[in-house]
Ligand binder design. Structure first.
Ligand SMILES: C[S@@+](CC[C@H](N)C(=O)[O-])C[C@H]1O[C@@H](n2cnc3c(N)ncnc32)[C@H](O)[C@@H]1O
Length: 285
């Protein structure tokens, strides 16, 4: 017989704990709330409600997948970012809270500009591009990705936020698809892959076994895409235009030095709330 909400939660926590899932209690709540199309708090208001046999089967299936470390966001099909809800699937990286720093810095740099032209390189599910369009109503946004499947998700996210007319998506390598914008872009934002290839095997299983390799693998030292991006960004940006790139631990200074050597000005490394190098900013000559 199908259990009550309270019993289902207890069973869910046990299953996930036994499988070694770190946030077992929260994950069980999120998954049950997803199955019941409600929120986590409501589960506790309605603890005695009995699940239907179909709900119980669905919940057990999700628990089994989570126990195999499939990320919760792929199981529910959505993820919150910058206060907005984004659709996600296995074609895209799940947007990370750390990347909100990149968006917040971009919005600070764009404030006071009425109609800035912005390119988001490696847009994935469109989290950065769509957030910028949402919070800066005047910005003209272009977004690229090497993955057609990722762009399908990004287009869906722009549409679900009523922003399809504000963000133009292009498939291709880095800034190549937006070469027609040369010299007129105010800001290039990039959260490209930056995990060194040799470290991919050490990532947590949730990431390593489920998220797209093309969204993670940054080549031998993690900065291979960025090395190619720097000269392309120099051609795309106008004089005085800004490049903002997210990086991984220990990569900030390396990318900043590369930019200084290439003649970029006012290069700085921005730390995240945990004190780690997270975003590199530089101004084109
Ligand atoms: C780390 S994910 C970031 C996704 C999204 N910007 C975010 O912050 O959630 C990197 C994205 O860059 C894309 N990508 C990788 N290499 C690329 C390239 N050479 N040109 C364009 N996009 C690329 C991947 O397909 C992936 O969607």
């Amino acid at each position: 017989m199908a259990p009550s909400v309270k019993e289902a939660l207890t069973r869910g926590r046990q299953i996930l704990r036994r499988a070694g899932v770190p946030e077992a209690a929260v994950d069980a709540e999120v998954l049950l709330a997803h199955v019941l199309a409600t929120d986590r708090l409501a589960l506790y208001r309605d603890e005695q409600r009995t699940l239907s046999p179909r709900e119980w089967t669905l919940f057990r299936d999700l628990l089994a997948r989570r126990a195999r470390r499939e990320p919760v966001a792929y199981l529910t099909g959505r993820k919150e970012f910058m206060g907005l809800t984004f659709a996600v699937n296995r074609a895209v990286l799940i947007p990370r809270p750390e990347t909100e720093l990149l968006v917040e810095r971009a919005l600070t740099l764009l404030s006071g500009r009425e109609a800035p032209v912005v390119v988001d390189v490696g847009t994935g599910c469109g989290a950065v591009a769509v957030s910028l369009a949402h919070y800066h109503p005047g910005a003209e946004i272009y977004a690229t990705d090497i993955s057609d499947a990722a762009l399908t998700v990004a287009r869906e996210n722009a549409a679900r936020h009523g922003l399809a007319h504000r963000v133009c998506f292009y498939c291709g390598d880095l800034l190549a698809p937006v070469a027609f914008l040369a010299g007129r872009v105010d800001l290039v934002v990039a959260n490209l892959p930056y995990v060194p290839s040799g470290e991919l095997a050490c990532l947590p299983p949730d990431v390593r076994d489920y998220e797209p390799r093309a969204a993670l693998d940054g080549g031998p030292n993690g900065l291979a895409p960025h090395r190619r991006l720097v000269p392309q960004a120099a051609s795309t940006l106008r004089a005085g235009g800004i490049l903002l790139a997210e990086v991984g631990p220990g990569q900030g200074r390396v990318l900043a030095d590369l930019l200084v050597a290439a003649g970029w000005r006012r290069t700085r490394v921005i730390l995240d709330y945990g004190g780690r190098e997270r975003v590199v900013e530089a101004v084109r000559q």
